[in-house]
Design a protein around this ligand. Structure first.
Ligand SMILES: Cc1cc2nc3c(=O)[nH]c(=O)nc-3n(C[C@H](O)[C@H](O)[C@H](O)COP(=O)(O)OP(=O)(O)OC[C@H]3O[C@@H](n4cnc5c(N)ncnc54)[C@H](O)[C@@H]3O)c2cc1C
Length: 332
């Protein structure tokens, strides 16, 4: 395969696309200002769940394809992917279990069991205060501290190249020797392709030490957004979702997040190891996954605007990108 592909972006979207192309024999290079941990992807929780991304009719099929890919990766623990029980709660009224969740075996949470796995009776109910109802399902969880490195290593093993610390003003400036350009610049696409439909949905999280007995992910999307996601070596407490470009962590917000998570988990407030902020690339008109031509005639495939679901959609979208590349190559 002689086709040369240049990808902009080394977050979860760019790295996943890189693997899909490189493993099919394309000569693939990734160019990015930041890689892995420094990107928005490095700030993510990152549990599988179709949240804050549009439109549902495309997002759900991409999410379900990704579920399968991540569940397969979970059989190989070194990749940082595991399967976890996710408990999704509502603060008001009876929660509706979406059809896609039912297809994955979701069930309503009805009786008060413990969120802790130690076998010790705790005062935490299955529907803990302040929630009214919930449902539970098993989902993939990617530990970003491991998974992003795993993606980069797998990409390089397939002869992919990563060039960091490069900034582009225009897609036409990218590697002129490449036949195909893939845009995975996330929120950076606002400047790169002047996309004003992109909104920065700012998210702040607090990383706290591992909570020994917390065996499932607790999530509530109602205001105030709340989640506690146990990872291999620590736990992610969240969160926020507001339109803002501010990448600085706000200490008052961290205190609020830690207080709310501790209240729900019925534990003493843990110490904060780190705070992270990222801008979810939300696109009002929906994820942009389409092909076009650059001014110099090369094909570009846009793959950005995944909002709060970049991990959840990553493999489904990457496979559609490579299908589009094949289609564009045969279209005059
Ligand atoms: C707090 C928080 C929690 C989240 N939780 C989840 C979750 O539980 N599950 C989930 O699925 N998703 C979650 N998300 C959303 C997810 O993180 C994003 O959807 C995802 O990271 C987007 O990935 P991306 O690769 O498209 O963009 P990014 O990770 O932002 O990567 C963009 C890349 O493009 C590069 N770039 C941009 N512009 C330029 C330029 N002009 N020149 C050169 N390089 C450029 C950047 O340097 C970077 O490498 C969360 C996000 C946040 C902030």
């Amino acid at each position: 395969m002689d086709r040369k592909v240049a990808i902009i972006g080394a977050g979860v979207s760019g790295l996943t696309c890189g693997i899909v192309f490189a493993e099919r024999g394309y000569r693939t290079a990734i160019f990015a200002k930041e890689i892995g941990q420094q990107t928005t992807s490095g700030a993510a929780a990152a549990v599988w769940f179709p949240y804050d991304a549009e439109p549902a009719k495309k997002v759900i099929p991409w999410a379900l394809a990704t579920y399968k890919a991540l569940a397969d990766l979970a059989r190989m623990p070194a990749g940082g992917v595991s399967m976890i029980e996710l408990r999704q709660f509502s603060r008001t009224g009876e929660i509706q279990i979406p059809d896609w969740a039912i297809s994955l075996g979701a069930s309503a949470i009805t009786s008060p069991p413990s969120v802790m796995s130690s076998g010790v009776e705790t005062s935490l109910a299955l529907v803990p205060s302040p929630f009214a109802s919930g449902f539970s399902l098993r989902v993939p969880l990617t530990d970003t501290t491991i998974y992003l490195d795993y993606l980069a290593t797998r990409f390089r093993k397939a002869a992919g190249e990563i060039h960091a610390n490069v900034h582009f003003e225009n897609l036409e400036d990218m590697d002129s020797k490449s036949d195909l350009v893939i845009n995975c610049a996330g929120i950076g696409s606002r400047g790169l392709v002047r996309d004003h439909a992109l909104e920065p949905h700012r998210g702040q999280v607090a990383i706290v030490p591992r909570i020994e007995d917390l065996s499932c992910a607790i999530v509530c999307d109602d205001y105030p957004l709340m989640y506690a996601i146990p990872r291999t070596n620590d736990c992610v407490f969240g969160g926020t979702n507001e339109i803002s470009d501010n990448l600085a962590a706000d200490p008052t917000t961290t205190s609020r997040i830690v207080a709310e998570c501790s209240r729900v988990l019925n534990i003493n407030k843990p110490r904060v190891i780190a705070e992270r902020v990222g801008l979810r690339p939300f696109r009002k008109s929906g994820v942009r996954l389409e092909w076009d031509r650059l001014r110099d005639g090369r094909t570009v495939i846009h793959n950005y605007g995944h909002g709060g679901a970049g991990f959840t959609l990553s493999w489904g979208c990457a496979r559609e990108v490579i299908d589009l590349a094949a289609h564009a190559a045969t279209t005059p």
